[in-house]
Write a protein that binds this ligand. Sequence first.
Ligand SMILES: *Cc1c(COP(=O)(O)O)cnc(C)c1O
Length: 242
Amino acid sequence: MSTRAALTTEQRRAELAANLARVRARIVAACGAAGRRRGEITLIAVTKTFPASDVIALAALGVRDVGENRDQEAAVKAAEVAEAVQEDVRWHFVGRLQRNKCRSVVRYAAMVHSVDRAPVADALAAAAAGRPQPLDVLIQVSLDGDPKRGGMAIPGVAELADRIAQRPSLRLRGVMAVAPLGSDPDVAYQQLRQAVSKLRRDHPEATVVSAGMSGDLEAAIRHGATHVRVGSALLGSRPPLG
Ligand SMILES: *Cc1c(COP(=O)(O)O)cnc(C)c1O
């Protein structure tokens, strides 16, 4: 933190620009290798633990999609950024969602990636009922079946999808997953791809696949990711427990 705080605004901006160029080049290369078009991939900058000034700098560099995993931090940051930036910044909520946070999250989030159980889907639907547009949501799929890490296990995805699709205030857009720690990301994302193709038989509108982070975005793009969520490769390393 101390070295980061010592950077001037201009130095930080240059650092973010260089990191962004590297991440964009990785996405281009991964698309090339997978025979996909760059336009199929949305880069989400995951800015948790980093200040609003970094979001503002990234917005000036053309980043329009920003991800956060804790409501309290995200709500404050979104308000700060909205005051400072003319461009539309789309906030993606990617963290574990508690029912009592849904009212707050629907105020700033354009997309919620982490719907993983019926009570959260219901609370989010109720909270989103007053919005002019339905809220875009993804089902977080568990690829290791460990409930502590969040996500619905694959056998439960179809029922949760039907439940979301019945709520007019929600729009089911697809799925999100995190590759299990220590797993082969190619195996994990291949599993996700199969779950998605099954889901699309009943929900053809579920076209979003949010997968891939700083360490494994190439594997995710190989297996059909449409949204990659990149934190440390863009912003630097976070303090522990960030
Ligand atoms: C923090 C976080 C990311 C970004 O992780 P990096 O490894 O820093 O790129 C992506 N997705 C979720 C859900 C996160 O919490």
